[in-house]
Ligand binder design. Structure first.
Ligand code: CIR
Length: 266
């Protein structure tokens, strides 16, 4: 696909969903204690403010108690300037989340379609770059889903490439992020995997792997609070950073990218 400068980081809008109290029952690989709904909502408000300060109009959807992980809106859908795609999350308890976010997408996009077939894709496994879209196979995203999604992206004029997410990593983007301008922040394991070819990468310093999930939003990179070495490495790379608390999200394996769908509308 032709390089679309800024596709991965220039945005005008975001959709988020307020965490429900049921987030205490959210999925997690390792139990480090339940997140508190109230504390999560306070962190979420700071997150929304950071997106607004970066220039976005943010739609904040109401909490859904029936879906403990529903504040992680990145997983059931995918947005491009041309339209939105409803995905099929791979975790049983999250399957209904795509239908729940449909109306919010239809209010912002003329084109909202469903991923074809019956395979699974979580948005957390999709890394949009300015010249290609990477889809990571994981415990949530299977080959059938990834190939159906790649085919749809191809029809829309985008190149997608399917890659293997390293063992033990929840989502592809748990371990890497685009900083824009051709630069990728990633854990050493991801860099060593060779997915990124000759692209410029910044390695996440040892002991700070959680901070591999950051989001570039217009002129700033939002970084989770408490990862000073990663923040310094990003700044040394020439990017301005703003920290946002994600302590509650982290308890259920969530990070900055999972908490919003970001897109650009003319
Ligand atoms: C889950 O396991 O589905 C949630 N507890 C966390 C989802 C995080 N989403 C993401 O990385 N895109």
């Amino acid at each position: 696909m032709p390089r679309r400068e800024g596709l991965s980081w220039r945005f005008t809008h975001a959709i988020t969903r307020t965490p429900a109290d049921s987030v205490a029952n959210g999925l997690r690989a390792v139990d480090a204690g339940d997140p508190s709904g109230a504390a999560f909502r306070a962190e979420h408000a700071a997150y929304v403010q950071a997106l607004e300060a970066a220039g976005l109009t943010v739609d904040v959807l109401p909490p859904l108690e029936a879906y403990p992980d529903s504040c992680f809106v990145e997983d059931p859908a995918f947005c491009l300037p041309d339209g939105a795609i409803l995905l099929r999350p791979g975790a049983e308890s999250r399957k209904g989340e795509a239908e729940e976010i449909r109306a919010a997408l239809e209010s912002r996009f003329d084109r909202v379609v469903e991923i074809p077939g019956s395979g699974h894709v979580d948005g957390g496994d999709v890394l949009t770059l300015d010249d290609e879209i990477l889809i990571g196979l994981s415990a949530r995203t299977d080959r059938e889903g990834a190939e159906a999604f790649a085919g749809l992206l191809d029809q829309w004029g985008y190149n997608a490439r399917v890659a293997e997410t390293p063992e033990g990593v929840l989502h592809f983007k748990t371990a890497c992020s685009t900083l824009g301008e051709g630069v990728i922040l990633a854990t050493k394991v991801m860099i060593d995997s060779g997915f990124f070819g000759s692209r410029r990468t910044i390695a996440v310093p040892d002991g700070e792997d959680y901070a591999a999930n950051v989001i570039r939003v217009n002129d700033v990179v939002l970084v989770p609070e408490g990862y000073p070495e990663t923040q310094a490495a990003i700044e040394a790379g020439g990017f301005r950073t703003v920290t946002v608390p994600t302590h509650q999200a982290r308890k259920v394996d969530g990070g900055l990218s999972c908490l919003s769908l970001r897109f650009s509308k003319a």
